[in-house]
Design a protein around this ligand. Structure first.
Ligand code: PRX
Length: 649
């Protein structure tokens, strides 16, 4: 299976934007030979410049790179206004609610909603260029309006995924010093209402001095607490606003948004993205990787709280003038055929999801795809974690009917858009392989000193030239930005961007991502730092030491496995697990709960006190310990832990 190669469907390839590997290499060689000229060509073609830029790439203050310096543009113009001449009546968004209610929002309607919301933020709440606006929203169209309204007036949005707890929300609001929070009473999931506003209330009660107002969208109409003078109803205020709000000319390098993500310390990083470089690559990857066309209906199942939702529900599809689907519910409700029913009903042409969901739908609804007409699908995509060959095969055969290319897109919050991915009309695909760097991305698998890693061996996945949509800095922490991404690998003596992932190149030059080299987990496609979980566990009074590692999981990709040393004996693993999980739920949210908790007398440490996680990972996976344990403070702890883990049954 892994040796098999799947060629693009010739019918599809003949009209594809990049129709062959020759066309791919022609583009990539152009980038290699004239890097700045390559990017200039696309920037001039795709961006509606309000004022021209004077420098293509400014590397004078590396790694704080600047692209298209001093140019002026506006992202909501890129995504809305410039399309109105020929797409006013085309659907911009197709929204499907949990209960199946459907709303079509045309580009002209989107324009009205966004302009009104921009006016509301500006006039009522005094939101100005550069102010931070936190969104804690469900998957409803108003979330998109809010993002685009911010970009229209130059405010910087910071979306916090609705699965994060009040404490996590508070920390993100405080780090960004946000002025306003936009939320909803709640929404619906699996036929039942769930609540969000109460989480905002709790966050604000425990801090968030900078917040002046909370704007609340009514979605599920459940009763909520209301703080007079702080809370405002979007539904009551919005109609008084005008549908015309001039967009703010923004500098190419003005921040478009912040998005907090996990790193190897306990504190999340506020990844800062730029205006011009980000939107350029969002549009280009939509056109190249998904081959988006005028009449296409594109569905990305991510939540807008993650980078995938930012780039491939909102900014990519809309800047490319496409139709994007937004879904409030879950694809297994009311049954495991929901996603395929939606493909049929909305004539979806590109379907983009995470391997976790494919594995789940395969397991719980293997025969469901047969019940629906999936013939409109042209491209299938996956993102967020490595996809295993059996899931790939089911996706290819049962969903794509062996007709659609699967683009296994590798990228990160920090890269803004795809960086390594097949091109659906060009790349001969090896299943479960991200294949080649996209044109314009100079990606290399290397050793720390820049020497290329030999074929078939694991090395560091680096991007050795700055690219337009890359992270610009970590909000409030430029030193951490340098250290996190430009500290590990060098080429020709100069630091280069290291993704934090390992990768392997095969004899044909195909790149396979082998997973994180740091202590970051990927649970159901959600990125979580083990240090974050451990710092939450510190709040459990009975715990002396914790060490969290990832363990492979059939559906979730990875599960959270915690080794715990207690201060005193007496509690059972189940009791400790319940205590730990209630703290994690409060500090981070339900996405980071521990699946397995094992009580151990100690953890393996070096003589300098560093926990040897690699050994703990191997034990959790049931692997043989191949590491040298002689340097440990107490080597006998390894067989003791192995025995405890293996005896759990
Ligand atoms: O480890 C890689 C994995 O997800 C990480 C990025 O997570 P996040 O910033 O949350 O963004 C997820 C969506 C872009 C990466 O460092 N990852 C992402 N895509 C793939 C992947 N691992 C293997 N294959 C992929 N296609």
């Amino acid at each position: 299976m892994s040796e098999q190669i799947f060629y693009p469907n010739p019918e599809f390839a003949k009209d594809a934007r990049i129709p062959s590997m020759e066309a791919y290499w022609e583009l990539q060689n152009r980038a290699i030979e004239d890097y700045e000229g390559f990017w200039k060509g696309f920037a001039d073609d795709k961006i509606d410049w309000l004022e021209p830029y004077d420098t293509i790439l400014d590397e004078s203050n590396a790694p704080f790179y600047k692209w298209f310096s001093n140019g002026k543009l506006n992202v909501s113009n890129q995504c809305i206004d410039r399309h109105l001449a020929d797409k006013a009546d085309q659907n911009a968004i197709i929204f499907e609610g949990d209960n199946g209610d459907v709303k079509h929002i045309t580009y002209s309607q989107l324009s009205e909603h966004v302009n009104k919301m921009a006016n509301l933020l500006k006039n009522k709440f005094g939101v100005k260029k550069g102010d931070r606006v936190v969104l804690y929203m469900p998957m409803i169209p108003e979330a998109t309006y809010a993002m685009l309204a911010c970009s229209r007036i130059g405010a910087i949005h910071s979306i916090v995924f609705g699965g994060f707890s009040a404490d996590a929300l508070r920390d993100r609001i405080e780090d960004a010093e946000a002025k306003i929070v936009i939320t909803a009473d709640g929404a619906f999931r699996k036929g039942k209402p769930y609540m969000l506003k109460n989480v905002v209330d709790d966050a604000l009660e425990s801090g968030c001095e900078s917040i002046e107002a909370v704007l609340v969208v009514k979605r599920n109409h459940e009763e909520i607490k209301w703080v007079e003078g702080r809370d405002y109803s979007y539904n009551e205020l919005i109609d008084a606003e005008s549908t015309e709000c001039p967009f703010e000319p923004m500098d190419s390098e003005d921040p478009l948004f912040l998005l907090y993500t996990s790193g190897s310390t306990g504190k999340p990083k506020g990844v800062q993205h730029s205006t011009a470089g980000y939107i350029l690559w969002a549009q280009m990857t939509m056109e190249w990787v998904f081959d988006l066309r005028k009449d296409d209906v594109f569905w990305c199942t991510a939540d807008i709280g993650w980078i995938t939702g930012h780039t491939y529900i909102v900014y990519g599809p809309l800047s490319a003038g496409g139709t994007t689907v937004m879904f409030e519910g879950v694809p297994t409700y009311p049954d495991a055929g929901r996603a395929w029913k939606m493909v049929q009903e909305h004539n979806i042409t590109q379907f983009y999801t995470a391997p976790t969901l494919i594995r789940l739908l395969h397991k719980v609804g293997e025969d469901e795809p047969e019940k629906y007409d999936l013939s409109t699908l042209r491209v299938l995509g996956t993102v967020g974690e490595p996809i295993d060959p059996p899931a790939w095969k089911w996706y290819y055969e049962a969903i794509g009917k062996s007709r659609c290319s699967i683009v296994d897109t590798y990228w990160q919050t920090e890269t803004g858009g795809h960086v390594i991915s097949p091109l659906p009309g060009a790349t001969p695909i090896k299943p479960a392989c991200a294949t080649f760097a996209l044109p314009g991305i100079i990606a290399e698998v290397m050793e720390e000193d820049g020497t290329p890693t030999p074929v078939g061996e694991k090395g560091f996945m680096c991007i050795t030239r700055p690219w337009p949509s890359m992270i610009r800095t970590i909000w409030n922490d430029p030193e951490r930005f340098k250290k996190s991404y430009f500290g590990d690998c060098k080429k020709d003596g100069e630091p280069v961007y290291f993704t934090g992932d390992g990768a392997m190149v095969d004899k044909d030059g195909y790149i396979t991502i082998t997973g994180r080299t740091d202590d970051v987990l990927n649970v159901s496609g959600h990125r979580i730092g083990t240090a974050e979980i451990e710092s939450a566990i510190k709040h459990v009074s009975s715990v002396a030491v914790s060490a969290v590692v990832g363990k492979p999981h059939e559906i979730k990709g990875e599960e959270v496995f915690a080794y715990i040393v207690l201060k005193e004996e007496g509690l059972s693993a189940d009791e400790v697990k319940a205590e730990i999980n209630s703290v994690i739920k409060k500090e981070i949210g339900a996405i980071a709960l521990c699946d397995e908790v094992v009580i151990v007398p100690d953890v393996p440490k070096t003589r300098s006190g560093k926990i040897m996680r690699r050994i703990l990972r191997s034990i959790a996976k049931g692997e043989e310990i191949t590491q040298d344990t002689s340097t440990l403070e107490d080597p006998s702890i390894v067989p003791t832990i192995e025995k405890i883990v293996n005896s759990r049954g």
